[in-house]
Design a protein around this ligand. Structure first.
Ligand SMILES: Cc1cc2nc3c(=O)[nH]c(=O)nc-3n(C[C@H](O)[C@H](O)[C@H](O)COP(=O)(O)O)c2cc1C
Length: 272
């Protein structure tokens, strides 16, 4: 059965999950959601099975995925699944995703899964390091393998009631959607920036340009924190709460993986 998996990632967890599922399913195409950000027409995947894999942001889904889901028509698919990766809690993100799909095309998720992976939100938490991080990643791999088996079996697994994350979602997600694109106003670069432009290269939505050797954020931010985590000098901070908090990138993630997410015209068109 042919499968298309649409994914978005900031620090590699969701891409690692999508790749692992694809490897187990076989005959699977991976499509970056961000590469379709400029597409206005409806997207009708030509596959019997369709998946969406992305991180949980503020108990919901990244805005770029939210907007993509509004254009995605899965009514022709036999089976549609969602997988969200999260630092701790956020199954409510699956409710948001299925709600958007149902409203848009009359068919939601047949199954939805949440996987705990290392948290990448340094304003609130120090990302796990060393053995702690590796333990979470090993457990995630086991969980993802089980998810892939369930997908193959066509199971109807879906989190019915998620009181804690749903409550937080109601409190936080609306504000996130309204304001996220401008949250990059809090990013700044310190004097130890060596103008390597990695931040600009890894931004999955092409939001960073290098001017006079320093990054400038263009207020089209997804808050994925790739720029901050990838900076080899740890020269990028967000507000006053990320200094000394440590950084996280999934061990399998490369700069080229991040570039591959971008829309075709954007990959060449950035000013450096
Ligand atoms: C802006 C932002 C908001 C987040 N919100 C949540 C959240 O509500 N619940 C949670 O468990 N993790 C949250 N996280 C952590 C990520 O969901 C988690 O680390 C995810 O696996 C990152 O996936 P990625 O590496 O594919 O970007 C958040 C991370 C970011 C950057």
């Amino acid at each position: 059965m042919k499968t298309i998996i649409y994914y978005f990632t900031g620090t590699g967890n969701s891409l690692a999950a999508a790749r692992r599922i694809a490897g187990i399913l076989g005959d699977c195409e991976l499509v970056p959601v961000a590469s379709l950000a400029g597409v206005n027409e409806r997207i009708k995947p030509e596959a019997e099975r369709v998946g969406i894999v992305c991180p949980v942001y503020d108990m919901g889904i990244p805005l770029v995925v939210n907007e993509f889901a509004q254009r995605l028509d899965v009514s022709g698919a036999k089976y549609c699944f969602g997988v969200v990766t999260m630092g701790g809690a956020g199954k409510s993100a699956l409710h948001i995703l299925t709600g958007i799909l149902e409203k848009n095309c009359g068919k939601g998720l047949d199954s939805g899964f949440a996987v705990r992976m290392p948290a990448n939100f340094p304003p609130l938490f120090k990302p796990p390091q060393g053995e702690k991080r590796d333990k979470i990643l090993r457990a995630a791999e086991t969980a993802i393998d089980r998810i892939a088996e369930k997908i193959i079996a066509g199971s109807r697994d879906y989190p019915s009631f998620t009181p804690v994350s749903s409550l937080f979602r109601v409190l936080t997600y609306g504000k996130f959607v309204d304001e996220v694109r401008g949250y990059d106003r809090e990013f700044f670069v310190k004097d130890n920036c060596n103008s390597c432009s990695t931040c600009s290269e890894v931004c999955p939505v092409g939001n960073i340009t290098i001017k006079n050797g320093k990054p400038e954020w263009g207020h089209n931010c997804e808050m994925c924190f790739a720029c901050l985590h990838f900076c080899p000098k740890e020269a990028i901070e967000w507000g006053s709460r990320t200094e000394g908090r440590g950084r996280y990138i999934h061990p399998g993630l490369k700069v080229s993986d991040m570039k591959a997410q971008r829309a075709a015209e954007d990959k060449n068109g950035q000013e450096i």
